[in-house]
Design a protein around this ligand. Structure first.
Ligand code: ME8
Length: 515
């Protein structure tokens, strides 16, 4: 395959606490996109990690009586473990406290400072800062209550005044607008793009990019007492991960610019305004696309420690297994919109789509092959009705490919369910169990059904990788044939005469909790 390699990232999370389902969700959705591209035969590099500097880490560590490094070590390990239990296929896990990342951050800083328009200059910052958001705010963006001021996120802001370095962001207004204009797909979904364009049109102020009141950060080169503003170093992780500052390296030349940064909607400004401006200033290419997903609530309420409704993703996986949890988020939440988690919805989705629709169809057709053909895949002589379901399967794979290319993950999973509904209907109408006197016809129906299951299972490798692989094992599909190309090819991909193993149920059915 000669298609361009695909580089995709998640945001890197603050390890100031344990991961919650918002973090799990972002990993899962990005993983489905990465896996799909691999199934298409693309070379993929998928990066995730933790964002370990900044005042928020310092303050949380102080409250817990540990050092920032101890806090980062403890929680970063949990994010890494989460990627493991969710079967995330990331190729690297970056921690911003690593030496390679210090080198990259100092290098991009130097390039920005050396830019022809003198993009970095010294001055004094006076203004509002939100520690929780790690962000500066204008007076006009704040609300006031009981003498306190709050950022749009609801976090309280504090007044800071310190000598810092600034980045000449104001000089990038037109360049950014030109970038959005020339690349209509740079910001997704569409409504986010409009939001950012009007923000940039409103005028950009220079950005304070160093701090002098604490030292938990990456030292600014040649400026004692200054550490970088955490977002300068955080965004740089995306190039550290592919070998920067060695911009001649194989990894950098192969993968940069990134094809896709997947992030939450709260940090879109950093990714679509600051990040491309930093890169342009440093003379580096900008990423192709930033996709902002929505926020998750729990049973209709915002997740928060004070409400006590923060869902532990480890506990979820413990209870249901990784695949039902993954599937729920990919199917239930429209990618780009907010979504809601509830136990009952997860159970219903998993039971209806995975256990009943998908699992039963596989189990019923494969058990009949065992019982009536000794487990040897029968020859098929497809009639029109059989060709119709095979054609639908092929077309579904095509539509799923289009949807996944635009990160419409929920549309892809919806297509998958539509195909399974049709296949179940086909199976019920053809009623192979009543054809003991016509084994040739029965064999055709069973093989055609199994071939539709094969195609669906290949697609499902992106969503429920372990279960889909089990299903493909049950169909004796060789590893090399588990590709989107084979899933969408003409004809029947399964080979008559193949001895199939005795099928085992792949999906569990869960009990719906009583109201
Ligand atoms: O923002 N639902 O880290 P973070 C869905 N370190 N997504 C959510 C969520 C929720 N309830 N809560 C958080 C940071 N997220 C920075 C990123 S990138 C160079 C630096 C998402 O730990 C959030 O939108 O606060 C972000 O994409 C990711 O989780 C990490 O959030």
């Amino acid at each position: 395959m000669t298609a361009k390699p695909f580089y995709v990232t998640t945001a890197i999370s603050y390890p100031n606490g344990a991961p919650h389902i918002g973090h799990a969700y972002e990993m899962i959705a990005t993983d489905a996109i990465a896996r799909w591209k691999r199934l298409e035969g693309r070379e993929v590099f998928f990066l995730t990690g933790t964002d370990e500097h900044g005042i928020k880490m310092v303050q949380t560590a102080a409250r817990e009586g540990v050092t920032p490094r101890e806090l980062a070590d403890r929680n970063s390990a949990e994010f890494k473990r989460l990627a493991g239990v969710l079967e995330i296929s990331n190729d690297d896990f970056i921690r911003t406290t690593e030496p390679r990342h210090h080198a990259a951050s100092q290098d991009i800083w130097k390039r920005m400072a050396a830019s022809s328009n003198g993009d970095i200059f010294q001055s004094t910052y006076k203004g509002w800062y939100s520690v929780r958001d790690e962000a500066y705010f204008d007076e006009a963006e704040l609300t006031e209550k009981d003498g306190k001021r709050f950022a749009p996120s609801g976090a309280e802001v504090e007044w800071v005044e310190e000598p810092t370095y600034f980045f000449r962001l104001s000089a990038y207004q037109q360049k950014l607008l030109d970038l959005y204009e020339a690349n209509p797909d740079f910001i997704a979904p569409r409504e986010r793009r409009n939001e950012i364009i009007s923000f940039v049109k409103g005028g950009l102020q220079d950005l304070s990019i160093s701090r002098t009141t604490f030292d938990w950060g990456i030292p600014v080169p040649g400026a004692d007492g200054h550490v970088m503003y955490v977002w300068v170093d955080a965004l740089t992780n995306y190039i550290t991960g592919v070998g920067f500052p060695d911009d001649k390296s194989e990894a950098f030349r192969t993968f940069w610019p990134a094809d896709l940064h997947v992030i939450g909607k709260d940090i879109i400004r950093f990714h679509t305004v600051y990040w491309p401006a930093f890169l342009m200033s440093a003379g580096l290419e900008v990423p192709h696309r930033v996709f902002a997903h929505g926020f998750l609530t729990v049973d209709g309420q915002k997740m928060s420690k004070s409400l006590g409704n923060v869902i532990d993703p480890f506990a979820l996986v413990e209870e249901f297994g990784a695949d039902p949890v993954r599937y729920f988020f990919l199917r239930e939440v429209s990618f780009g919109q907010d979504g809601d988690y509830s136990n009952e919805k997860l159970i219903n989705r998993s039971n209806a789509d995975l256990a009943n629709n998908f699992g039963n169809l596989a189990q019923r057709s494969l058990s009949m092959i065992q019982k009536n053909f000794g487990g040897v895949l029968p020859e098929a002589a497809p009639a029109d009705v059989d060709l119709a379901i095979l054609t639908l399967a092929r077309e579904t794979i095509g539509r799923m490919t289009v949807a996944m290319d635009q990160q419409l993950v929920h549309e892809a999973t919806a297509e998958f369910v539509t195909l399974l509904n049709a296949a179940n209907l086909y199976f019920a109408e053809q009623a192979p169990w009543g054809l003991k006197a016509d084994l040739a016809r029965m064999g055709t129906i069973l093989t055609v059904t199994a071939d539709v299951v094969r195609r669906a299972a290949i697609a499902a490798l992106a969503f429920v990788p372990a279960s889909a692989a089990k299903m493909l094992d049950a169909l004796a599909v060789p590893e090399a044939e588990r590709t989107i190309e084979r899933a969408g090819a003409e004809g029947i991909g399964l080979v008559a005469g193949t001895q199939l193993p005795v099928p085992q149920p792949v999906f569990r059915k869960f009990e719906v909790p009583k109201a």
